[in-house]
Design a protein around this ligand. Structure first.
Ligand code: NAD
Length: 506
């Protein structure tokens, strides 16, 4: 936390407008490429939390009465505006997160897929009807919105992760209170403005800036019906337990440690390309990044040589580009996070691993105060090391050498996380066995970052997802609606059954 300076204070979005905060609490927002504090973000106090939730409740009362056709029209407009103006949003993301511009556009497009899915929501929220289940009796089900729903998002996808949830929630008739990461809070406000332009009534999309206090407000306020969280595992578990204790629906997606299993028959040039893309893209700050390459011997030496050569060709710099040239990789999110990532490389080294490419002392000329960390490659990482078992969330690729396919599968299955994994092979039988035996929620077969398209659902297993509801797709619509079953009889003298105290039977 810091005191307010003359730099901008990024506020909330309440009742369809930007709302300056009066809490007196703020946190700094940096440009990670320069290290400069570019703004401060408001941290809500209890009065602001209450105001945001009350506004969302009023928004819900209006929006949930909109016809399906009217809701659909707003969603279509939002999709068109987002598509037309994505470059503006990408620039905001790059300025606060640091990822390269094309990657920022990429996250918007993956989020836009969910808006496109949501435009077809009438098909996903329609109920079922069974006529004449017993003489003269019909049963039907209807899906209704929950009310005010909370979304708490991480720093690494300031647009895409909120977009995993809010198009579905809004399409289904709910109103949303989004608590973005305090590290890159501006994308959420931009999205809020876009909703207003698209014709969404005030109060249906609210942005509440803040820290733990704001999150706890969403977890405990009785008006909030559900919480969708994405972030680190310890916080995901806290969110799951606290929201459940308060009687809310909750989906809480946590951290990851994604492995790529490379069989000896794989095309090693393809593997090296994909390992570099998936390991170092967005500086490794993706929940679906590959962080461990399990090389089934004898391929490790050759693969390491190919990856090392490719690392040498990577351009690292300001994600916004310089002189019209965009780098491959930008900085990490904060100086503290860079220290954390560096600390994990120290741990690996102390535990006996071989540092093949060392990014710890890396800096970018002219951007010496930026939070850069060079691509790092570590071989022979002991599987007992904390550097292997814990999530690093930086541009660090670890190689673990295994003797067999089974040893690789067992290692993946023994980990705490179960978000994503990939196998690289030309052996269909091995790939099929892998998909059957692996204890992970999302699997790539010769695909390194298997983020499912919007009409499937996103979510890991084990410590990567608390709760049973994944994001978007059919899971998303089930999460954001509740079903009501109606058993109805229109009295007809011929079928009136008279008095019968027995349990209803057909
Ligand atoms: P984080 O857990 O620090 O923060 C996530 C959100 O929780 C933020 O909005 C933050 O303000 C809030 N928060 C932080 N501490 C809190 C507390 N004590 N009580 C209540 N709320 C709190 O995560 P992050 O650093 O922003 O994001 C990176 C993490 O997110 C990584 O672990 C990454 O794997 C994970 N992630 C997972 C997925 C997935 O789909 N499984 C996707 C993206 C990111």
């Amino acid at each position: 936390m810091s005191t307010i300076t003359e730099t901008t204070v990024i506020g909330h979005w309440i009742d369809g407008a930007h709302r300056a905060s009066t809490s007196g609490r703020t946190a700094p927002v940096h440009n990670p490429a320069t290290g400069e504090v570019t703004a401060h973000v408001a941290l809500a106090d209890q009065a602001e939390i209450d105001e945001a939730i009350a506004s969302a409740q009023r928004g819900f009362e209006v929006w949930s009465r909109y016809s399906i056709a009217k809701r659909q029209a707003v969603l279509f407009t939002f999709r068109e505006l987002l598509n037309a103006r994505k470059r503006e949003l990408a620039e905001i993301i790059t300025a606060e997160h640091g990822k390269v511009l094309s990657d920022a556009v990429g996250e918007i497009l993956r989020g836009q897929e969910v808006v496109e899915l949501a435009t077809g929501f009438p098909h996903l929220v329609k109920g079922a009807y069974s006529e004449n289940v017993s003489t003269g009796i019909d049963v039907y089900s209807i899906k209704q919105p929950l009310g005010v729903v909370g979304i708490v998002s991480p720093f690494n996808f300031p647009a895409m992760v909120p977009l995993w949830f809010f198009p579905v929630a809004i399409a289904a008739g709910n109103s949303v209170v989004l608590k973005p990461s305090e590290k890159d809070p501006s994308a959420a406000l931009w999205l809020a403005r876009l909703w207003r332009e698209a014709g969404l009534p005030d109060g249906v999309f609210t942005v509440l800036q803040g820290d733990k206090l704001a999150v706890d407000g969403l977890l405990t306020d009785p008006v909030v019906q559900s919480v969708s969280f994405v972030g680190s595992t310890p916080i995901a578990q806290y969110i799951y337990e606290t929201a459940s204790k308060n009687g809310k629906r909750v989906q809480a997606l946590g951290g990851a440690k994604n492995h790529m299993l490379v069989l000896p028959d794989a095309d090693l040039d393809l593997v090296a390309d994909q390992a570099v893309n998936a390991g170092y893209g967005a500086a490794g700050e993706r929940c679906m990044a590959i962080s461990v390459v399990l090389a089934v011997e004898p391929v490790a030496d050759e693969l390491i040589a190919k990856i090392t050569e490719r690392i040498g060709r990577l351009r690292i710099g300001d994600g916004a580009g310089a002189d019209g040239v965009e780098p491959d990789m930008g900085p990490l999110i904060t100086a503290q996070h860079r220290e954390k990532v560096s600390g994990y490389v120290d741990i690996a080294e102390a535990d006996g691993a071989t540092i093949v490419v060392d990014g710890r002392a890396f800096s970018v000329e002219g951007r010496e105060d930026g939070f850069f960390f060079g691509p790092t490659l570590i071989d022979n990482v002991p599987t007992t090391s904390r550097a292997y078992r814990e999530e690093i969330f930086g541009p660090v690729l670890e190689i673990v050498r295994v003797k067999t396919f089974q040893e690789g599968v067992d290692l993946i299955n023994s980990g705490a996380f179960g978000n994503g994994t990939a196998i690289f092979t030309n052996d269909g039988g091995a790939a099929r066995r892998f998909q059957h035996e692996i204890q992970v929620g999302m699997i790539g077969i010769n695909v390194p970052i298997p983020v499912p398209v919007a009409y499937h659902s996103f979510g890991g297993w084990k410590a990567s997802l608390f709760g049973d509801a994944k994001a978007y797709g059919v899971h998303g619509f089930d999460f954001f609606t509740r079903e009501k079953a109606v058993t109805s009889r229109w009295l007809d003298p011929a079928t009136h059954g008279g008095i019968d105290l027995g349990f209803p039977q057909n």
